[in-house]
Design a protein around this ligand. Structure first.
Ligand code: NAD
Ligand code: UDP
Length: 313
């Protein structure tokens, strides 16, 4: 049994990670300032002796009393609507938050796990994207606050690894969806499912020919644990390589939910990547990991979650 600090543990991915760690017998200390997360995601864990929640902004000094085996740094807003709403907080948690949590890991002699993103590849000119691709990011555009914060976080993590000998893991996450996403999160999967369930128009940005590869949350978290338990210290893509255009995604959501929604269009946001698909050769070969949930099944499970949420409102 390990004692694991999870930053961002009250968020979508973080709360599923807390569940998975507790299920395998680890003890979890969750740090979250609830900027985009919610105690609803973790309230089922309150009262357990192996789970502690501390409301804290990790962009300020971080300290956790007692032994710590692993620090998993997931804290960061992740939706494009947040890039415009709270850009400085995003830069701070990717920069200062990563520095503080690396400092905690170093002080405790703990392993450090960074949640990075496919956004480090920007609008990629290499397709699909292997980990060796350095990316094509506009540093000063509206998405730069997130993309560059994550690139800095990776650079800082590798510097701690090389300079201080810190044991590190870096996961590059590709668009992940599932229960506990916020209905007003602004991302394509949640927007489309909520609109479909309400019978409202589904809005695709641009002509919908841009592509993404969508990973169901259970697959993603299984990938996190495989990477955490491995000895791979360099960045590793964890994502479902099945690639769809955004129009195909919208059509699939309508079909799976049996909705009567129409599809409408809206101008494409600035710097919206035109294509994205992980090369997962490294995860397959070194971790024995690959996704198992087809996007249709994942949409159905996520729609069930949103249907309950909307009914309760
Ligand atoms: P989320 O917004 O649901 O979770 C992020 C959590 O971090 C929230 O609970 C939020 O309150 C917390 N947080 C933000 N700033 C904080 C701070 N300064 N101090 C403490 N807590 C803070 O988003 P998510 O989708 O669960 O993303 C989790 C991580 O995964 C993020 O690092 C994100 O960049 C990364 N990621 C997610 C995706 C995806 O598709 N979901 C893709 C790539 C990367
Ligand atoms: N998108 C869309 N309609 C929406 C929300 C998003 O067409 O209501 C598009 C968006 O422009 C992007 C894709 O869907 O091309 C995926 O967007 P998301 O915000 O989910 O993730 P990211 O752009 O960060 O990959």
């Amino acid at each position: 049994m390990a004692r694991i600090v999870v930053t961002g543990g009250a968020g979508f991915l973080g709360s599923h990670l807390c569940d998975a760690l507790l299920a395998r017998g680890d003890e979890v200390v969750c740090l979250d300032n609830l900027a985009t997360g919610s105690t609803h995601n973790i309230e089922h864990l309150f009262g357990r002796s192996d789970f502690t929640f501390v409301e804290h902004d990790v962009s300020t000094y971080v300290w956790v009393p007692g032994p710590v085996d692993t620090v998993m740094h997931l804290a960061s807003p992740a939706s494009p609507i947040d890039f415009e709403r709270i850009p400085i907080q995003i830069l701070k948690v990717g920069g200062l938050g990563t520095h503080n949590t690396l400092g905690l890991a170093k002080a405790k002699g703990a392993r450090f796990f960074l949640s990075s993103t496919s956004e480090v590849y920007g609008d990629p000119q290499v397709h699909p994207q292997p980990e060796t691709y350095w990316g094509n990011v506009n540093p000063i555009g509206p998405r730069g606050v997130y993309d560059e914060a994550k690139r800095f976080a990776e650079a800082m993590t590798m510097a701690y690894h090389r300079h201080h000998g810190l044991d590190v893991r870096i996961v590059r996450i590709f668009n992940t969806y599932g229960p506990r996403m916020r209905p007003d999160d602004g991302r394509a999967v949640s927007n489309f499912i909520v609109a479909a369930l309400r019978g409202e128009p589904i809005t695709i940005y641009g002509d919908g020919s841009q592509t993404r590869s969508f990973t169901y949350v259970d697959d993603e978290i299984r990938g996190f644990l495989a990477l955490l338990d491995s000895d791979v210290t360099t960045p590793t893509n964890i994502g479902n390589p099945d690639e769809y255009t955004i129009r195909e995604l919208a059509e699939m959501v309508i079909e799976v939910t049996g909705s009567t929604s129409e599809i409408t269009t809206h101008p494409l946001p600035v710097d919206d990547p035109m294509q994205r698909k992980p090369d997962i050769t490294k995860a397959r070969e070194l971790l024995g990991w690959e996704p198992t949930v087809h996007v249709r099944d994942g949409i159905a499970r996520t729609a069930e979650h949103f249907a309950k949420l909307l009914a309760d409102r």
